[in-house]
Design a protein around this ligand. Structure first.
Ligand SMILES: Cc1ncc(COP(=O)(O)O)c(C=O)c1O
Length: 435
């Protein structure tokens, strides 16, 4: 449904709630200004309603989580919460936990290498925790603490996850508490950049490096699709140097790019894959899935898990994940993304604005990098565009190291009419902002 606005945006109730929240929440968390944020009250499909009764279209899928649409797994949640909302994940688990682990194995290592190639999983509650499980696994396997990662990469903000993050705005404030053993590589944007990658890899002392972590398509770094051949170079180098290859598909996974996983585009498989976000459609649940022989470096539990948490394998999250994973496993879901992506890209490529530097992405993970004639980078213009779009009833976010990449990561079910409406509004706002 198209947006329907009945108050100024933000409306009076959102403004009051923002004022009140400021009294009680750490001030670093929610950005507030005279025109930001609105408070969400209800969401369904591609629509969100705020506390003042305004209806919006959501181009963010709420950080990429609601790929199948807001509320898609709500029935599974209702059914399971009537039975039991919490169990003892690593002590007395549920059959649902087994089902999630089995589905994840089928969707990854069994699909990639045949049913004898099982994947084994550690569940957790957020993306950064899945990354931390992966980094710990790499250390278990190799006994080498060093981590190789990429400029402008984003793996979450937990300390372990920050070790492998390339977006310095998040890492530098805490750098003194992080171990220094880290190699940072340039993320290639075009085929010619692969030569630099090879030479950077060639210069690494691999005797200290246990993990190489990479997003097959950079998400928060600015929706950057690397050139073909990139993942294979990493695969070959890791094999040669006994380094565990970790694909962080927390954003790009589960059909976001038009295939089940972004690495499927290159048909290159990792040793470990991290997933979260769209895995359940809204419940905080994540997974680190590794080849069985890799995961079996962890010692058998003798009653005390070395890596676990209170809510690991929560039954409500698992029930929602089972429903979502089954839907993601259908080829029609990937086809829908490819079809919607082609339509959206056609519209975006017709935009003519001096503010646009590049339109890029894959599937429904698309970015418009902006330039500004007078000032570069264009993060400030991006902020203005996001605010204007919100005031037109459309939620968007910005990515990139400088916040100058308009991000399109909507639910997969946006209709032609909705996309026409969104791009027409964006066109008008780009014109306004370039004057
Ligand atoms: C690629 C990637 N990895 C890890 C994370 C961290 O996930 P979380 O915020 O759930 O910790 C994110 C979050 O945006 C992400 O995009």
């Amino acid at each position: 449904m198209l947006p329907q606005l009945i108050t100024e945006i933000p409306g009076p109730r959102s403004l009051q709630l923002a004022k009140d929240l400021k009294q009680y929440e750490c001030r670093n968390v929610t950005f507030t200004a005279a025109n930001w944020p609105v408070f969400w009250k209800k969401a369904e499909g591609c629509n969100v309603w705020d506390e003042d009764g305004n209806r919006y279209l959501d181009l963010t899928a709420a950080f990429g989580v609601a790929g199948l649409g807001h509320g898609w797994s709500a029935q599974a949640m209702r059914d399971q919460s009537g039975e039991m909302i919490h169990a003892m994940g690593d002590v007395h688990p549920t059959a649902l936990k087994l089902e999630v682990c089995k589905l994840l194995s089928e969707m990854t290592f069994e699909r990639w290498g045949g049913s004898s190639n099982r994947g084994k999983t550690t569940l957790s509650n957020s993306g950064s925790e899945a990354v931390e499980s992966a980094l710990k696994t790499a250390y278990m396997v190799t006994a080498k603490a060093g981590i190789i990662c990429f400029q402008d990469s984003y793996h979450g903000l937990g300390y372990g996850a920050l070790l492998g993050s390339g977006l310095e705005k998040f890492r530098l404030p805490f750098v003194d508490q992080l171990a220094p053993l880290r190699e940072l590589l340039d993320f290639p944007r075009k085929t010619a950049d692969l030569a630099l990658l090879k030479s950077q890899l060639g210069a690494i002392d691999s005797s200290a490096m246990g993990a190489l972590i990479v997003e097959p398509i950079q998400g928060r770094g600015g929706k950057i699709v690397p050139p073909e051949g990139f993942l294979q170079i990493l695969r070959d180098w890791c094999d040669e140097h006994q380094v565990v290859l970790i694909f962080d598909e927390i954003f790009s996974g589960f059909n976001r790019t038009g295939k089940l996983f972004a690495c499927d585009w290159e048909e290159v498989t990792p040793d470990i894959i991290c997933v979260a976000k769209s895995m359940s459609g809204g419940y905080p649940i994540s997974a680190c899935i590794g080849k069985a022989e890799i995961m079996d470096y962890w010692p058998e539990s003798e009653g005390e898990a070395l890596h676990t948490s209170t809510f690991l394998g929560n039954p409500v999250g698992c029930a929602m994940a089972v429903a979502s994973l089954r839907e993601h496993g259908k080829s029609t879901t990937a086809e829908l993304v490819s079809e919607r992506s082609a339509y959206l890209l056609r519209l975006l490529k017709n935009l003519e604005s001096p503010l646009i530097k590049e339109i890029r992405g894959r599937g429904l993970m698309i970015g418009i990098e902006l330039i500004h004639p007078d000032r570069s980078p264009a993060g400030d213009i991006c902020g203005r565009i996001l605010t204007e779009m919100m005031q037109q009833g459309i939620f968007m976010l910005a990515d990139g190291a400088h916040g100058n990449v308009l991000a399109f990561t909507p639910p997969f079910t946006l209709t032609d009419d909705e996309l026409d409406h969104i791009v027409a509004r964006l066109d008008r706002i780009l014109t306004l902002c370039s004057q």
